[in-house]
Design a protein. Structure first.
Length: 257
């Protein structure tokens, strides 16, 4: 038992729960440092290999999973056929804890204007792209400004997400509280409801264009930033560098004019 080996209590009661003792928290810090050094050592060994191989577990949120992952996988398959990429669609709110817990090796994250995300010291963040955010409304009706859409039904991401908080703030700055009738993390559903005239939305430029949807710039104009995050100890691994490079190339090829 770990507590016996450590020779000190590692858990203590807190009401009906248990929590780590101060000694246990110090032990966790040492463990994290050891794991980071091990990953750094593995990166040094991998750098001397003749080819890039192994497995990289990627967490990609919905937009990037659709817009970037297929192209990035094609790039990796051609440039590094011995490298295996495993992809899970996961929103940043849950992919970041998964990255820290070693469930993933790389997580694609987003950051909205005026909503900076906490940067964890044990992670390495690399910018991938700046993705403009645009007002989306049905092309079949005359386009309106943001301030004129206060009485229209909206589709947004669910409550509790950074995207929802930011989009709500944008509408409030325009002078209205959005009537959010539809909620989904699936931005292709957002696009479909706009195209069919059921809602208006704020959508990223990375989504595929649709001639039935009119896109216009928002005041600013605002753009979200997209990052690739890895654990700091593993950040120099050639396989992760190859994945970041493939994602950057995929973004360049998908960027709107």
């Amino acid at each position: 038992m770990l507590e016996t080996e450590a020779g000190v209590p590692l858990l203590e009661r807190a009401g009906r729960r248990v929590r780590l003792t101060a000694a246990a928290e110090r032990l966790v810090e040492h463990t994290e440092a050891i794991l980071e050094r091990l990953e750094q050592a593995q990166a040094d060994l991998d750098a001397s290999a003749a080819s890039i191989s192994g497995t990289v577990r990627i967490a990609a949120f919905h937009t990037t999973a659709h817009a970037l992952i297929p192209a990035a996988l094609s790039i990796l398959a051609q440039a590094h056929p011995a490298l295996r990429a495993e992809v899970t669609e996961r929103e940043p709110e849950t992919s970041l804890p998964g990255l820290i817990a070693h469930e993933f090796d790389l997580a694609i994250l987003e950051e909205y204007p005026g909503h900076p995300q906490h940067r964890r010291p044990e992670l390495d963040y690399r910018p991938l792209a700046t993705d403009p955010m645009r007002l989306a409304q049905p092309a079949a009706t005359p386009p309106r400004s943001l301030a004129e859409l206060g009485g229209h039904p909206w589709i947004m991401e669910p409550l509790g997400t950074t995207a929802r908080h930011w989009a709500t703030a944008v509408c409030r700055a325009a002078g209205f509280e959005p009537d959010v009738r539809y909620q989904s993390t699936d931005l292709l559903l957002h696009l479909r409801l706009v195209r069919t005239g059921h809602a208006v939305a704020i959508l990223p430029a990375l989504l595929p264009s649709d001639p039935a949807v009119h896109l216009s710039d928002l005041p600013g104009p605002p753009a979200r930033r997209i990052y690739a995050a890895t654990r700091r100890g593993a950040s120099q691994q050639p396989a992760l560098a190859a994945v970041r490079a493939a994602l950057a190339t995929a973004i360049q090829s998908s960027s709107p004019p």
